[in-house]
Design a protein around this ligand. Structure first.
Ligand SMILES: Cc1cc2nc3c(=O)[nH]c(=O)nc-3n(C[C@H](O)[C@H](O)[C@H](O)COP(=O)(O)OP(=O)(O)OC[C@H]3O[C@@H](n4cnc5c(N)ncnc54)[C@H](O)[C@@H]3O)c2cc1C
Length: 426
């Protein structure tokens, strides 16, 4: 029997595609991992805000089948809030509406882009979009979300994620709104009911052996096999296996293997990631915004992004009410929740999203230790070193923090599928 650690999307997908001879061990009392939803006072919030989009026909078909097609198709309404105005995403092709001097700087910068082969994220920004867009949006926004020197970030995660328009497209967009759709999530899907968590919940119905409340603490090599040590509902348990597929964040997985060599431990300690403080807000007022989400590059706002779940599906809020999810990334020590809450509230009023007299029916703080993999310049080397070691033991990492890659839901599902298929070949 194979052991799958974690009942997030990658673990569920691995189990589903394996079909038999597996057991999923999940620490929490429910499935879904990062992709869960909660209902509070009639408001449905995703643990962290999610939309579903994919270039994979297979995953699209699977998710539609799991939810019997009960998904709402949306055309993205995402904006950057800067200088008191809304610029449609992507910023660089929607400059109209910005002050004339900002538009001129952005166009001038784009015209004089340096023709270089970028070796880090900062160089990529300047070489792709020019100094103006870098100054007015890309640098402040990315510094805010990543909280890591952009010169020390690699560019391998960008392809297919950040649009890279031509100068002509930028000039056109400085005059008026264009017709072209940019980026992989120009259209997306969202479950009509139950929030994004309805996807793993539907998946779980197809997965037979999932042990919830099962917390793995150690993986011990035993000859050519592995012994997985865990507690189930607080009771100590052990399970021998020839294979572990693990969606546990890589640094935690390495800690579970007490015999891991020093260079592997060091590489795991050097992995860089961002944590996330999220605030779920339920507002006793209808239609506080018609948008899906907003980016905030300016320093005066503590958040990098806010979303409006009520515009993803009207079923996520009681009639006549609105909802907001606020994201504040951080690294290292957790910021004080009460103090951040105050700043979030003040920022939302300042940006005229909330009014001073708004009645907030929900204002809950959530925290995610592992939210974003940061692609520092040693990322690839460290990840390869750790994964090579773990695979020789018989423990294959899967999913966003197992693979330690910037994987969205579709790629996490495919990661579990691929690992299951590799097992089937043996
Ligand atoms: C802020 C944010 C926004 C996102 N937005 C989007 C979006 O809009 N669209 C999109 O497609 N993707 C989005 N994603 C990505 C998406 O959430 C992930 O790709 C996906 O949920 C990852 O699934 P996973 O199974 O790899 O990991 P996880 O969901 O992290 O699952 C890992 C599981 O392992 C369990 N576990 C951990 N340690 C142990 C242990 N010791 N013993 C037992 N179990 C354990 C955990 O409880 C968890 O259930 C977003 C992610 C974040 C953080």
């Amino acid at each position: 029997m194979k052991i799958i650690i974690g009942a997030g999307l990658s673990g569920l997908s691995a189990a589903y595609h394996m079909g038999k001879d597996y057991r999923v061990l999940e620490r929490d009392s429910e499935v879904g991992g990062l992709c869960r939803s909660i209902i509070t006072k009639g408001y449905t919030f995703d643990l962290a805000p999610h939309i579903f989009f994919t270039g994979s026909q297979y995953v699209n078909g699977l998710v539609n089948e799991l939810l019997n097609g009960d998904l709402i198709r949306q055309r993205r309404r995402a904006f950057i809030y800067t200088r008191g105005t809304y610029v449609e995403y992507p910023f660089e092709v929607n400059l109209h509406g910005l002050p004339r001097e900002v538009i001129d700087e952005c166009i001038e910068g784009a015209r004089h882009r340096r023709d270089i082969q970028p070796s880090n994220f900062m160089e990529w920004i300047c070489a792709t979009m020019g100094e103006g867009v870098a100054k007015h949006y890309m640098v402040p926004y990315n510094e805010k979300i990543w909280k890591y020197p952009l010169e020390q970030m690699s560019i391998e995660w960008i392809a297919g994620r950040v649009p890279s328009p031509s100068v002509e497209e930028m000039i056109k967009g400085a005059e008026s709104k264009g017709e072209r759709e940019y980026g992989p999530n120009a259209y997306f899907l969202y479950p009509r009911v139950g929030g994004i968590g309805s996807i793993p919940n539907a998946f779980a119905k197809r997965v037979k052996e999932t042990y919830l409340n099962s917390d793995v603490s150690e993986i011990r090599p035993k000859g050519k096999r592995l012994e997985v040590i865990y507690t189930r509902n607080g009771e100590p348990k052990r399970q021998e296996t020839d294979k572990v597929l693990s969606s546990v964040p890589l640094p935690e997985l390495v800690k579970m293997v007490k015999s891991a060599p020093e260079e592997v431990v060091k590489a795991s300690e050097a992995l860089v990631y961002n944590s996330l403080a999220c605030f779920n807000i339920g507002v006793d007022r209808a239609v506080i915004s018609d948008k899906h989400w907003l980016y905030f590059p300016e320093k005066q706002y503590p958040f990098n992004r806010i979303s409006f779940p009520m515009n993803l599906s009207p079923e996520t809020v009681p009639k006549g009410k609105s909802s907001i999810v606020v994201e504040v990334t951080y690294r290292g020590a957790k910021p004080d929740a009460a103090e951040t809450k105050e700043r979030v509230w003040a920022g939302l009023v300042d940006a005229e999203i909330l009014r001073d007299d708004d009645k907030l029916e929900v204002f809950d703080a959530l925290d995610f230790k592992y939210a974003y993999v940061v692609y520092d310049l040693n990322h690839r080397r460290n990840v390869n070193l750790i994964q090579t070691y773990l695979k020789t033991l018989g423990a294959s990492p899967i999913g966003r923090f197992g693979e330690w890659e910037y994987l969205n839901m579709d790629k996490s599902i495919l990661s579990g599928k691929k690992a299951a298929e590799e097992e089937a070949k043996k």
